[in-house]
Design a protein around this ligand. Sequence first.
Ligand code: GLP
Length: 260
Amino acid sequence: MEIVIVPDAAAGGELIAAAIADLLIRKPDALLGVATGSTPLPIYEALATKVRETDLDVSRARICQLDEYVGLPKGHPESYRSVVLREVVEPLGLTESSFMGPDGSAEDIAAACLAYDQALAAAGGVDLQLLGIGTDGHIGFNEPCSSLASRTRIKTLTERTRVDNARFFNNLDEVPHHVITQGIGTILEARHLVLLATGEGKADAVALTVEGPVSAVVPASALQLHPHATVVVDEAAASGLKLADYFRATWAAKPSWQSI
Ligand code: GLP
């Protein structure tokens, strides 16, 4: 696992957007897995700026969703489908035809989960999966004690996650209890995992993810099992890391030809 400590969220966004740009130059039709929440927004802004201001061509990029609420009406502005279309797909000049996600309003949720796992595989697998992290260590919506081998499935949110996410809704009662999420096993199949965490509120979860044991109680710790996982943290989110100086020195000494 590579840990990169950046000064602030904007620098994290720039670094990761540059890695996505490199990927799209190498593989123009790469499948990019995107995360929601506030943390990845600087990545999407930096990438959209590159598209506007450089000759980076993202027209063949494909975008896929990590997770989704269950039971919100189709087109609800806070469904993750709507959020990804608004924050990622449209600013990149792409359309819904470049985008895939699980159907959180399906009658048969189990079938929708299976269909999504199959669709990801049929699309050739995810090339780069962006991740945020919940304050309880969740990735996607894999709450603590999710199986590390789990596939895309329905999950029940913890009260803590519902409270964390209530800011996107009018009140806590509107936050769904159920969600669809790519499983941890599904996420681990992506070729490159890039987790961005910013702010002191994520410091404990980051320390457990990076320096704690691999454990289902901290779902993000499963990144330790992946051969190409990058964790980008700002100074505040890095504040609980015992090995922070080592991570800084490693980054400073990294050969310039090696990307994240
Ligand atoms: C939600 C999403 C996660 C995201 C997390 C943290 O639970 N399902 O993918 O990582 O929120 O969000 P934020 O970045 O806003 O703290």
